[in-house]
Design a protein around this ligand. Structure first.
Ligand SMILES: *Cc1c(COP(=O)(O)O)cnc(C)c1O
Length: 489
């Protein structure tokens, strides 16, 4: 039986491309968007840090799925009026909540270029992947890792920490565990970290199938550094009852107070006990760029793996998490998988193996490397290091202001760039939590809270490169003002 070629369906004749009919019109609006965005950043100080979202604005985004096309200019107006004004505020110099980076204009422009290129960095042989490999190599050099390390961009340190647990698991159980699962041996594996470690470590143990109970959280000392001897004791006791310690996670900059564990001592412990040594360096690892902070990170270079975020102290626009693994083979062991449609070749577009998809769970991935590459080149590591150091100097400035003010109480000294304090009052936890919400809603500054020894603290994390003494003064002024209102006399 023969088939005759069918006539092209009428759908082919239609102009269904998503490219604009009028490029000049799009170009004009694009230039305006760029100008507006640069103005937004350049004039950010004139804006409130944050604004509560009015109900009617929120309601606009409970809309129906759009079936019909909308005009581009109209959509942009909607964005300008209803999205941009209600952002988190971390571009603003007086944003000190949590640990958020401020971003930077060069990185923002690079993100635009990356979107235009629409590169998929899962694999294949193209220059964007070489840019990512360049960053891996630079990160290796920065952290003092030996040649042969491998690195990969991920969303953030939460993901990088989870991946480190997977790599450590495969190293402990062998690659057969990828087929057989954790099994009886896996059920015995235990990991160790500080009680001050970030919550994503416990979550990583849960997500990796060990369960969060398999993570032993060890007490910390007065300056929130993990008690290495207590950890050693816990490992010994666990071995005695037949458990299999496999992983230690150190912190280079805890979220609460910015404490750096004794990484050299943890490295030594891991060598003695033959454990995988991972460091959560989410924001603190980039402290290596400052000659003042770097000595305090001594031992980081001994880690088997480090997770860090270029989007925090590195000021690269979100998101730009990174995992660096000392032994590239271990890294591949945990993730590389053969698949027919991902066949590698010696030449052509399928060359250049191993690919980033061999180094993590993602296949399709964006070009996070480009904004990081632009940022590192545009400023250089010396300037970035000086900027990081300055955020710490500002934290000390805040600490001095608190110490000089009898109505305020310092709850944790500034070890890096984080200061925890509170307004002295009866029912201090409630009052301080209200003060923080008041300050945030005022738009003057945006601190966050944490709890230290049962005391609710106002937590100021100075991460943004735009922050200066004016912003610190504004924060203290606002805390005193709202404090006096909330707790008169
Ligand atoms: C921010 C942070 C994380 C989580 O990183 P994300 O990029 O938000 O996923 C983990 N640990 C520490 C110490 C952090 O500061």
């Amino acid at each position: 039986m023969t088939t005759s070629p069918k006539a092209p369906s009428s759908a082919i004749g239609r102009t269904e491309t998503l490219d604009p009919a009028d490029w000049a019109e799009v170009r004009a609006l694009a230039h305006r968007m760029l100008d507006d965005t640069i103005d937004y950043i350049a004039n950010i100080r004139k804006q409130p840090v944050w604004r509560p979202i009015p109900d009617e604005v929120r309601a606009r985004f409970r809309d129906e799925l759009p079936r019909e096309a909308s005009e581009f200019g109209e959509i942009y107006r909607e964005y300008s009026d209803f999205v941009a004004p209600y952002a988190t505020g971390n571009v603003h110099p007086a944003f000190m909540g949590w640990v958020h980076g401020g971003g930077n204009v060069i990185g923002m422009l690079a993100e635009m270029l990356a979107a235009g290129l629409n590169a998929n960095l899962g694999g294949r042989d193209h220059m964007p992947i070489e840019v990512e490999r360049q960053i891996a190599e630079w990160t290796r050099t920065m952290l003092g890792f030996p040649p042969g390390a491998s690195g990969v961009f991920v969303t953030g340190t939460s993901m990088a920490n989870l991946m480190a647990v997977w790599v450590a698991r495969t190293a402990a159980l062998g690659i057969t565990a990828r087929q057989c699962g954790l099994g009886g041996d896996g059920a015995l594996l235990t990991a160790y970290t500080s009680k001050a470690a970030h919550g994503c470590i416990s979550r990583a143990m849960d997500l990796a199938g060990f369960g969060s109970d398999a993570l032993r959280t060890v007490p910390f000392d007065r300056s929130h550094r993990v008690d290495v001897e207590a950890m050693r004791g816990q490992i010994k006791r666990d071995r005695e009852v037949g458990l299999r310690p496999f992983l230690v996670v150190g912190s280079a900059g805890t979220v609460d107070v910015g404490a750096i564990d004794d990484l050299a001592a943890l490295g030594e412990l891991c060598r003695e006990e033959k454990l995988w040594f991972h460091v959560d360096g989410a924001y603190g690892a980039l402290g290596v760029l400052s000659p003042v902070i770097a000595p305090r990170l001594c031992g980081l270079e001994q880690a088997d793996s480090v997770a860090l975020d270029f989007h925090k102290w590195g000021q690269v626009p979100y998101d730009a998490g990174f995992l660096l693994v000392r032994d590239a083979q271990r890294h591949l062991d945990a993730f590389a998988a053969p698949a027919a449609y991902l066949q590698r070749e010696a030449r052509g577009l399928a060359a250049g193996s191993p690919w980033p998809c061999d180094l993590g769970p993602d296949l399709s991935r964006g070009f996070r490397a480009l904004k990081t590459w632009f940022t590192l080149k545009a400023f250089g590591t010396q300037k970035l290091g000086a900027m990081i150091e300055r955020t710490c100097a500002l934290a000390r400035y805040l600490e001095e202001k608190i110490s000089a003010e009898s109505r305020l109480e310092l709850l944790a000294p500034a070890q890096l760039n984080i200061v925890c304090f509170r307004y002295r009052a009866e029912d201090a936890n409630r009052v301080n939590s209200e003060i923080v919400a008041d300050v945030q809603e005022s738009g003057i500054a945006a601190p966050s809270t944490t709890t230290l020894d049962g005391k609710l603290a106002i937590r100021a994390a100075i991460v943004n490169h735009r922050t200066d003494t004016r912003d610190i003064d504004a924060l203290v002024g606002a805390v005193l003002e709202f404090g006096a209102r909330r707790s008169p006399g």
